[in-house]
Write a protein that binds this ligand. Structure first.
Ligand code: GLU
Length: 148
């Protein structure tokens, strides 16, 4: 069963997210990841396997910020892998998700017709792309025209 955490505050967000995810490990998971809002954009680190794999990646390049989300994944769509791990999104929009998006194939086909490409096998990535298409995160950056 997956686990989801989020943090906004004055502490080091990456440390809080990793500590929080460690408290959810008992639920079972196959991969883990975090997204941290850092210097005006979102930085993502994720890794297949135990949380220590993610900690090792973060030790090489630690996202520094005060706002972020974290996830431990229990795969339903797509094998456990670095790419299929959550969060999904881009530098403006990032999501984690628990459960199954039943109509994800319809959403995915719609978005492919609109020119989107997908890098993971997950159902979750369709919602990240749908949010991107809706303009989420773009107004904050002052972008007035959307490419798709
Ligand atoms: N369906 C999503 C996936 O396979 C979420 C799985 C979960 O709840 O961890 O990535």
């Amino acid at each position: 069963m997956c686990g989801i955490v989020g943090y906004v505050g004055e502490r080091d967000c990456t440390d809080v997210l990793l500590d929080s995810l460690s408290k959810l490990e008992y639920r079972g998971y196959d991969s883990a990841g975090i997204a941290v809002f850092e210097n005006g954009e979102i930085t993502v680190e994720k890794a297949k396997g135990e949380l220590k794999n993610l900690r090792e990646k973060v030790a090489e390049h630690k996202p520094m910020g005060h706002c972020g989300i974290g996830h431990t994944r229990w795969a339903t769509h797509g094998e456990p892998s670095d790419i299929n791990s959550h969060p999904h999104g881009n530098k403006r929009v990032s999501i984690v998700h628990n459960g199954i998006i039943e109509n994800y194939k319809d959403i995915k086909n719609f978005l492919i017709e609109k020119g989107y490409t997908f890098i993971s096998e997950t159902d979750t990535e369709t919602v990240a792309k749908l949010l991107d298409r809706s303009g989420a995160g773009k107004r904050r950056q002052g972008l007035s025209s959307y490419p798709h």
